[in-house]
Design a protein around this ligand. Structure first.
Ligand SMILES: *Cc1c(COP(=O)(O)O)cnc(C)c1O
Length: 399
């Protein structure tokens, strides 16, 4: 077993060796610019790009013409939001999202809001679920877009995409879903779900960082974010990152081939870790619920101790106290606050992300280490001792 055990797959994944192998020739041997249609080098690169596009399109059952390569989910998300804003103008744009979206969605919409458009941030219940009723009530004549994530990156909660898509379709509102966590982990049938825009990143699914996709439904025209050489049918200018696009295609092919067995394995390991902790520790709680959750995510509140202490005590486990984009800030986690945790409990919560290379041995090791470390830390936690002892007489017993 290699230490530290990596349990932060919701932040990023290593690149699959088969993906690396597929990419390598495109750095030197097959280095052509896919826009150079006048010679072999360019044609060979263009063919590789189109092959990747086809793999991705067929995995989600859409046309390759609806797949656009970007630098990642963040760019894809900004492209959708800015495109809608530019198309309809600040006065006539209202966008609906939720409080627990990724910062890429929240901050992209904050800019649009500060430029004069209206944005509604739907509240969520204690599991991180929006109310479909409230979504429908929030739609006004000005509403142009609903932007809601497929799965939350902190607590793994899945949105009811079908219900959201139906509401959007019924009201003639476009539907964007940030699928950075969900893509390849849950089944997403774009057509059945009435999804108009879908975005994801390669590095959450064993392809490199800095490559991603925007699916845009045929017939929906929004202005591009990047202007330049007119690549990607003019919708996303800039020379295509051929090696990474090839890698992303390979990564999606691997997912397509192993979808069932891989998600089953993730669920088994995730539930095993949860059972070990739940059966051996008191005063822990699951953020979100076990059902309606990403197969590879757990988020647990270890009451009375600081997650930062747990992380620094347990250096042999790579886990996180929240999304990689927000851990530098000492503020309570925005998503955990939104589902109703006290400030204290947000600082006691840890996210575990399980992935392709996680083994049962690692899960058992992690469970054991967590139990030991949590118990030790609690012995020095005044809040814990106070809550257990209740009386002076009991105090020594608890210690
Ligand atoms: C990772 C992530 C993003 C951003 O992806 P980048 O690769 O950083 O652009 C957006 N949304 C969710 C839900 C994510 O998990």
């Amino acid at each position: 077993m290699k230490l530290p055990v990596y349990l932060d797959y919701n932040a990023t994944t290593p690149v699959d060796p088969l993906v690396i192998e597929a990419m390598l020739p495109y750095f030197n041997e097959k280095f052509g610019n896919p826009s150079s249609k006048s010679h072999w080098y360019g044609l060979e690169a263009a063919a590789a790009v189109e092959k990747s596009r086809e793999i991705i399109a067929s995995f989600i059952n859409v046309s390759p013409k609806e797949i656009f390569f970007t630098s990642g989910a963040t760019e894809s998300i900004n492209t959708v939001h800015n495109g809608i804003f530019e198309l309809y103008g600040s006065e006539n744009t209202h966008i609906i999202t939720s409080e627990i979206e990724h910062s890429a969605v929240i901050n992209s919409l904050k800019r649009i809001e500060s430029n004069g458009s209206e944005v509604t941030y739907l509240k969520v219940n204690k599991y991180g679920e929006i109310s479909i009723d409230e979504l429908e009530k929030s739609i006004s004549g000005k509403t142009k877009l609903v932007s809601l994530m497929s799965a939350n990156n902190e607590i793994g909660t899945l949105n009811d995409l079908e219900a959201i898509g139906n509401i959007c379709k019924g009201h003639g509102v476009l539907f964007h879903t940030d699928a950075a966590q969900a893509f390849g982990k849950i089944d997403i049938d774009i057509n059945k779900l009435n999804i108009d825009f879908l975005s994801f990143s390669g590095h959450k699914l064993y392809a490199p960082k800095g490559i991603g996709v925007l699916y845009k439904k045929r017939g929906i025209n929004i202005p591009p974010l990047l202007l330049g050489g007119g690549q990607e049918s003019g919708f996303r200018s800039g020379t295509l990152n051929v090696p990474y696009i090839v890698g992303l295609g390979k990564a999606v092919q691997l997912i397509a081939e192993n979808f069932q067995s891989e998600t089953e394995k993730l669920i088994i390991l995730r539930n095993k870790l949860f059972d070990i902790l739940a059966n051996n520790l008191t005063d822990i709680s699951l953020n979100g619920k076990l059902a309606n959750r990403l197969p590879n995510n757990l988020n647990i509140c270890f009451k009375y101790i600081k997650s930062s202490s747990l992380i620094s005590e347990l250096k042999t486990i790579a886990m996180s106290s929240g999304s990689a984009c927000s851990t530098d800030k000492p503020e309570p986690n925005r998503v955990l606050k939104a589902i109703g945790l006290s400030d204290q409990d947000t600082f006691s919560s840890i996210r575990f992300g399980i992935g392709r290379y996680t083994t049962e041995e690692e899960i058992v090791y992690t469970g054991g280490k967590l139990i030991e470390t949590v118990n030790n830390l609690r012995k020095n936690s005044p809040a814990y001792l106070l809550s257990k002892a209740q009386t002076k007489e009991n105090y020594n017993e608890v210690r």
